[in-house]
Design a protein around this ligand. Structure first.
Ligand code: AMP
Ligand code: ZN
Length: 480
């Protein structure tokens, strides 16, 4: 049995066969950096981190790309309101996003292209679509993608010219052929979407020169250009939240296949733009859609502020299958804390028993975990294998059945599984209770002006691998 994924393109669970094994190109639509990301966004990013980590666990060599959308309508509005430059405004939220990603133990993607760094590629793609007659310049100076002309373009090599691949649209039923009179659009057809948006005064300094006049790219063309620039015109995996399947991903396919690719390499079904499309289901909070007015809107930093760690948030975001809507609750976070403590305790005891011995990973946990995850990343079954293993190790430890070598082999297996789950060790700044007690005794000694005792306690703490730092907010413990 091999690894299988549900492919939105075929609506089926399929054997995963990358275009050029063992290499895998993986693109995940990244954040639009106009504010702090919320935990719904991070469910999708943690899911893409899981896909990457599991592929690596299965021996693939992954090139993981996640874009940063740093020019788009909402951003421009906020730049206008704040009076900051585009780079200053998006820079602060990009930094915050990367810090949040790291706090959730997501491996940094190999490439984090920013849309503003790929304007040339976008112009190149739009030019090809214009040459092929699939795009047109409207009276307002903007350039649109014509869905009608795309669907009549089979003569172009590699162009499937099928709009509605991901969502099974039947355009013949709902065709709008009349020109739509609207103040907002100058499009031939309502379904047509902007590739290049002509500059308007509110755009301020946010514009670039192009063959069609000053302006900025549409959101969809950004992802086509960045993904093909870094992964080639045809690549294996494209991920995002389920709301992106239509129109964002449908439009990406149309632009990429309609243009023949950034390098002219797309060759129809044999080399499509993307072979497997994976979509993560949405996150609900306390049973409802997350919204500021309902008071259930959380960023990662809100939850950290409430005392939860990144690994607790991560493990809750990873507790349900990626294609199932998941209900996030604060009680669920408490549950994650308890579950992680059980794992930590068991792993701690195995580490004590192994006492530095090393061994090859034991097969049991690895096999059970692989069987679960190969089945379209069945993480609920994956967690069940982990807790069955914890129960069995606790039993074996209590029955004194594990010698150092066996304990080391189980630990080695856990470490491989944990490399997929990404829990890692408990944060190093959380000192164990006995060290905290020593630090408190030292504070008491200092208060009593017993400096000899406080120095001795500091030395004792140091000997146990910790350093006390006196800060204006009181003493802080750090690993030595
Ligand atoms: P954005 O920053 O709005 O472009 O969104 C970034 C990613 O988060 C996209 O892949 C969205 O599909 C995803 N996303 C947005 N809201 C949610 C949610 N409530 N649950 C899961 N993913 C979401
Ligand atoms: Zn995208």
């Amino acid at each position: 049995m091999g690894l299988k994924f549900h492919n939105t393109l075929t609506r089926a669970v399929e054997e995963f066969a990358p275009l050029t094994p063992p290499h895998v190109g993986l693109y995940c639509c990244g954040p639009t950096v106009y504010d702090f990301g919320h935990i719904g966004n991070f469910r999708t990013f943690v899911f893409s981190d899981l896909v990457r980590r599991y592929l690596e666990f299965r021996g693939f060599s992954v090139n993981h790309v996640m874009n940063i959308t740093d020019v788009e309508d909402k951003i421009i509005r906020r730049v206008h309101e704040t009076g900051l430059s585009l780079a200053e405004f998006t820079g602060q939220y990009t930094d915050a996003f990367l810090a949040d990603l790291a706090s959730l133990h997501c491996l940094p993607p190999h490439h984090l292209p920013r849309a503003t760094g790929h304007i040339d590629g976008m112009i190149q793609l739009i030019s090809r679509l214009m040459e092929r007659g699939i795009a047109y310049r409207a009276a307002d100076g903007s350039v649109y993608f014509s869905i009608d002309r795309y669907r009549k373009s089979e003569r172009w090599p590699g162009c499937a010219c099928h709009y509605g691949q991901l969502v099974n649209l039947n355009l013949d039923d709902q065709r709008q052929t009349e020109r739509v009179a609207s103040d907002e659009y100058d499009k031939d057809n309502v379904a047509d979407f902007a590739l290049w948006k002509a500059r308007v005064p509110e755009d301020g300094a946010v514009s670039w020169p192009s063959p069609w006049g000053d302006g900025r790219p549409g959101w969809h063309i950004e992802c086509s250009a960045m993904s093909m620039a870094l992964l080639g015109d045809s690549f294996d995996l494209h991920l995002g939240g389920e709301d992106l399947a239509f129109p964002h991903h449908e439009d990406e396919i149309a632009q990429s296949e309609g243009s023949g690719g950034l390098h002219g390499d797309i060759a129809g079904k044999a080399r499509p733009f993307v072979k497997y499309w994976l979509h993560g289901a949405h996150l609900l909070v306390e049973g409802r859609k997350m919204s500021k007015s309902l008071g259930n809107f959380y960023t990662v930093r809100d939850l950290v502020g409430r005392g939860f760690s990144g690994r607790e948030i991560r493990s809750l975001l990873l507790s349900a299958h990626y294609r199932e809507t998941f209900n996030f609750t604060l009680a669920g976070l408490d549950g994650s804390r308890t579950a992680l403590a059980r794992i930590d305790e068991c792993v701690g005891k195995l580490r004590e028993r192994a006492a530095g011995t090393t061994a090859a990973p034991a097969p049991g946990l690895l096999q059970a975990f692989t069987d679960a995850m190969d089945d379209d990343l069945n993480i609920s079954r994956g967690w069940a294998t982990v807790f069955d293993w914890v129960r069995e190790q606790n039993r074996a430890l209590a029955a004194n059945e594990l010698d150092a070598t066996r304990a080391a082999a189980e630990l080695a297996a856990w470490e491989r599984v944990d490399h997929v789950l990404g829990l890692g060790a408990k944060a190093t700044d959380e000192a164990p209770a006995e060290i905290v007690a020593l630090a408190e005794a030292r504070v008491a000694a200092k208060k009593a002006k017993d400096f000899a005792k406080s120095d001795a306690l500091r030395a004792e703490i140091k000997a146990q691998g910790w350093i006390v730092e006196d800060t204006p907010k009181g003493p802080k413990l750090k690993r030595a």
